[in-house]
Design a protein around this ligand. Sequence first.
Ligand SMILES: Cc1ncc(COP(=O)(O)O)c(C=O)c1O
Length: 367
Amino acid sequence: MIPQAAPPQRIARFRREIDAAVASVLSGTSYILGSAVASFETAFARYNGSSHCIGVASGTDALALALRALGIGPGDEVILPALTFAGSAQAILHCGAQPKFVEVDPRTRCIDPAAVADAINGRSAAIVPVHLFGHPCDMPALMALADRHQLVVVEDCAQSHGATLDGRSLGTFGHAAAYSFYPTKNLGCIGDGGAIVTSDPGLADRLRSLRNYGFAPGERISRTLGFNARLDELQAAILLTLLPHLEASNTERRTIASHYRARLEHCPALGLPPDLEGCVYHQFALTYRDRDGLMAHLAASGIGSAIHYNPGLHRHPAFLGCEASSLHATDALSETLLSLPIQPEIAKGAVDRIADAVLAFVEADSR
Ligand SMILES: Cc1ncc(COP(=O)(O)O)c(C=O)c1O
C-alpha cells in the first residue's frame, strides 16, 4: 500500500538526529519554554525572513492568538476562503469575531481578491488568506485591499512552509502569519505545534504574554487574560532538527509535482494544480468529475489518496450561521479535488505507478 501521507516515514528518515534531540531535552533542565523553544523560534524567524517567531501549541492557536493580539474580537468580521481546514474558521470564532466565507480562484484554489473586495463592509476587520496546498495567494492584491480599508492580515501558512511569491517568503506580507506543525505538514513534529511570525515587536511581546497566561516576562502575574498555548520543548527540539532539511524536502516535492505533471497533463479530463513558482506542494491535488470513483480505484490498486476539503466550511454545521456569498467554485472544487501522495518519503519512486493507475481509470471511464 502506498499511503497518501505517512509522518512516521519522515521521522524514520531522520531518526538518529531526532533521537539525539529528544535525549538532549530529556536530560535538560526545563521542559517548558526552555532553550529548545527559544532556539527554534530564532531559527524559524530567520528562515522565514521575519524578526520574531512565537512558538505555540497548534496552528489553530497561532491564528486565534494572532487575531486576538491584533485586536480582533466581538463585532468584527474576518474574511477567509471557504475552501480550507476547519481550524482557519474556528480560530476566528474563538476570538468572538465572525468568519465571512468567500470564493476561491478556481485556478489557484486560493482566496479570490475580487471576492474579498466584494465582501468588505463596515464590520470587516481582517483577512485570513490561506496559502492552500502550498500555493501562494495573490498577496499584493490582498495587501492593497487591506491598506485601502485598514484591515489586518494574518496569513494562514499552515500548508506553505518555505513557499515564496516573487522571491519573497510567504508569511512576511501580512501583519502576522500562522504556521501549523501538525505531523503531516511540510515541517511537522510528532504531536501538535504551531508558531506565529511577525516583524512587529509590540505584537510579538503581546503574543508571548498571551500564550503564557497573560504573564509579563519573568513574572507570574496575569496582566491580561491569556492561555496555556505554548509550544513544548520536545516538539521544538524535533522541529529544530527537521528545519535544516525543509528546503531539500520542498525541492523533492517540486520534482515529484513536475513528474506528475509530465505524466498527467496531456489528459484534459484531469484538472492539475497551477504551476506556480514558489509553490511547496503541501498537496498535489487534481480535479476529476468522478473523484470518488477515482479514489476507490486508487484504493483498490493499493494507492492512498485524500479529499481536501469536502464540504467547504460554509456547509459545516458549526459555521452555518456565518455569512457566505454563493460559492460555486468552492462547491465544484470540493466535489472534485483529490490529493495524490506527495510526501517525498512515499512518492519519490511511486509517481509512475500512481499516474498509471489514474490514467487507467480515466481512460476506462471515458469509454
Ligand atoms: C490551512 C490550515 N489552517 C489551519 C490549520 C490548523 O492547524 P492545527 O491542526 O495545527 O491546529 C491547518 C492544519 O491542520 C490547516 O491546514
